[in-house]
Ligand binder design. Sequence first.
Ligand SMILES: Nc1ncnc2c1ncn2[C@@H]1O[C@H](COP(=O)(O)OP(=O)(O)OP(=O)(O)O)[C@@H](O)[C@H]1O
Length: 254
Amino acid sequence: MANSNVVLHVADVHKRFGGLHALADIDLQVEEGKTHAIIGPNGAGKSTLLNVIIGKLAPSSGQVVFDGAILTGRKPYQINQLGIARVFQTPEIFSDLSVMHNVMIPAFAKRDGTFTLNMLRALDGETTIREEAEHMLEDVGMLNRRDMQAGSLSRGDKRRMELAMCLIQHPRLLLLDEPTAGMSRHDTNTTIELLKKIKSRGMTKVIIEHDMHVVFSLADKISVLAQGRIIADGTPDEVRGNPKVQEAYLGGAH
Ligand SMILES: Nc1ncnc2c1ncn2[C@@H]1O[C@H](COP(=O)(O)OP(=O)(O)OP(=O)(O)O)[C@@H](O)[C@H]1O
């Protein structure tokens, strides 16, 4: 690896769906503690790339290395155990359970290696995890909703709760798939502030996002995908000024 601070390296990855070359020659290096945004027009290959990183899709060739460990060939839960957590576009939550229990379950599962619903009763006796869950909910501004049924939360609150569910696992790398999709401007700005706060704790983040306000507020580095290839890579200023990006993606807009 060229840079010793690189914690995630997507090396020469290709992904084909039949005749479609969805990812070609992808070389992506994410540095420790940085926020790295992946942007690009619809169909550029962003979700495919994220799914290759988390082990949901196998690359046709190439590999993904995280902190020296080859991820390629591992199952999503094994990749999660290595310290990679993902916030989904559509939150994956237990709708019938309380907000508090939703946040406690990932910590419980991480500690014990497994979690089944009939272990729910044990959750109430878990003071350490309970305290930590309260702390996480406070962090995402949702402590006052701790006893609400998760299914009844607004979309923005569900996403914030899911973020707390990720943070309680203390991941080294957090992958965010359009974290502000469908949010009001107010909720988007709250989420930006929250993600900035997480950044100040040194967690590495990879973020896929369509909203340029979010991207330019948060990203240290940006990789631009178009038709399955990285056409530009650099700081927000470098990417903003790159004519290829303006042509392919930003349409000349600043
Ligand atoms: N499972 C699949 N089978 C066949 N083709 C697929 C599959 N998944 C994605 N594709 C195709 O691969 C290309 C890249 O899709 P992908 O969803 O990764 O793009 P994206 O950049 O995330 O787009 P968007 O911004 O619209 O979410 C598209 O042409 C898409 O139709």
